[in-house]
Design a binder for this molecule. Structure first.
Ligand SMILES: Nc1ncnc2c1ncn2[C@@H]1O[C@H](COP(=O)(O)OP(=O)(O)OP(=O)(O)O)[C@@H](O)[C@H]1O
Ligand SMILES: [Mg+2]
Length: 395
């Protein structure tokens, strides 16, 4: 049995496969920073397709003239006891920016980083009398408890100031991952406007936004829709599953011990649909002693479904009873119009709308041709398996 990690490993190059075109495209836009052209990127794609892994590969190989900060919003959320507000979010971003400066180990940053560290402590303690110092890099620092405007201005201006004040840095890249978590925040929309309003004057700061969300979700609309903060100006890059050929080459290069017959491989691809998260977890239950044909792939899938679809066990555990009921209702009905869902779930209009939105923001449900559908049929396979083996859907 194989042993490929199902999380982002430390040794990225050992496990990261291909994505050359996506990397080239993303770096093309980021390289504009050398010429004072900043582009903003919105990276979408199915759950488990490899957005986060790709981002980590980009970070690892980034040009040494760029500073790059990665922020996982779900982490800020969980470190703050499962709640989030603008001040917590901005402080989280600030502390990650500061970590980037510290890791650069450049003498020029030493004084700035220690001032920022003090500032963060004071914000957390709600102590805004910041010793007599009123600015860092000429940016005014907040002094009063309710001085949210100053905190936001400080955090938003800092990256461009760092580029301006230090000759050798050409650009600052800020990556926000798991942006769907921002929906937990009351004024999430104003946060995107905040980025946009500062960023439009910044020639050396690029933002990359990504997360586990459906392309049709409210949150994508809020960011880059017609009336959204970036109003279509963000460059949207969709990360596709591996093609059949890529999947084939991935096995040949990295897991050559696994043998398939032709229809065995076809079945394997049909099951995983080229989504690397499934390819890897499926690989982990395959054996080098077998030549897999269609039937054996099917059998292995059925007997190891819990391991192959482990991703869904985790996601399912984070959903509430309304969200679960909506998913099961979609699963049990051929054509899930809003009306079908409304009648079958017996939820109120506002409840059903609220949780349909949240499921779209989480990249689980999407809205196509006036029907609500599951983005990924694997959840269907997993739930049906649960029902078969336990007699009821997982709670
Ligand atoms: N290029 C790749 N090469 C090899 N394995 C990959 C690649 N991309 C993704 N994977 C595998 O898929 C798993 C899921 O990838 P990742 O966490 O990046 O997905 P994601 O698109 O960020 O998903 P989510 O929407 O749930 O956040 C990784 O842990 C890894 O096992
Ligand atoms: Mg991810």
């Amino acid at each position: 049995m194989g042993n490929i990690p199902l999380f982002i490993p430390k040794n990225i190059d050992k496990y990261f496969y291909n994505r050359d075109k996506d990397i080239k495209k993303i770096n093309f836009y980021l390289n504009g920073l050398h010429e004072d052209i900043s582009q903003q990127l919105l990276i979408t794609g199915y759950r488990g397709v490899g957005k986060t892994f790709l981002i980590h590969k980009i970070i690892k190989d980034i040009d040494s003239n760029f500073l790059i900060t990665y922020i996982d919003i779900s982490l800020i959320y969980s470190e703050n006891d499962g709640t989030i507000n603008s001040t917590v979010l901005l402080t989280g971003i600030l502390s990650k920016i500061n970590q980037t400066l510290e890791e650069k180990n450049n003498n020029k940053f030493a004084k700035i980083t220690s001032s920022i560290r003090n500032l963060i402590t004071n914000i957390k303690l709600k102590k805004y009398d910041f010793n007599e110092i009123t600015t860092i890099l000429d940016i005014p620092i907040p002094h009063y408890e309710d001085d949210y405007t100053k905190i936001s201005k400080f955090v938003m201006e800092l990256p461009q100031k760092i580029v301006d004040k230090t000759g050798e840095i050409d650009g600052f890249i800020i990556i926000l991952d798991e942006i769907q978590m921002l929906k937990q925040m009351k004024n999430s929309e104003s946060f995107f406007w905040l980025i946009r309003s500062h960023n439009q004057f910044q020639t050396n700061v690029s933002y990359i936004l990504t997360g586990s969300t459906s392309k049709t979700s409210e949150i994508i609309e809020m960011i880059n829709g017609e009336t959204g903060a970036f109003g279509g100006r963000m460059i949207q890059i969709n990360i596709d599953p591996f093609t059949k050929e890529e999947t084939h080459n991935y096995f040949k290069d990295r897991m050559p011990e696994i043998q398939f017959t032709e229809n065995g491989f076809d079945r394997f691809y049909e099951c995983t649909r080229g989504i690397p998260a499934y390819i890897n977890s499926f690989y982990n239950v395959l054996s080098s002693d077998v030549i897999y044909d269609d039937k054996q792939i099917k059998n292995t899938f059925n007997t190891s479904i819990d391991q192959i679809l482990v991703m869904w066990i985790k996601i399912w555990g984070t959903l509430n009873q309304y969200e679960k009921k909506i998913i099961i209702t979609i699963l049990e009905n051929e054509e899930s119009t809003w009306n079908t869902l409304y009648t079958k779930t017996e939820f109120s209009t506002s409840t059903i709308n609220k949780y349909l939105n949240s499921l779209q923001n989480k990249g689980i449900v999407s809205y196509k041709n006036k029907l609500y559908v599951l983005e990924d049929q694997m959840i269907k396979a997993w739930l049906e398996h649960e029902k078969e083996t336990r007699g009821f859907y997982a709670e």
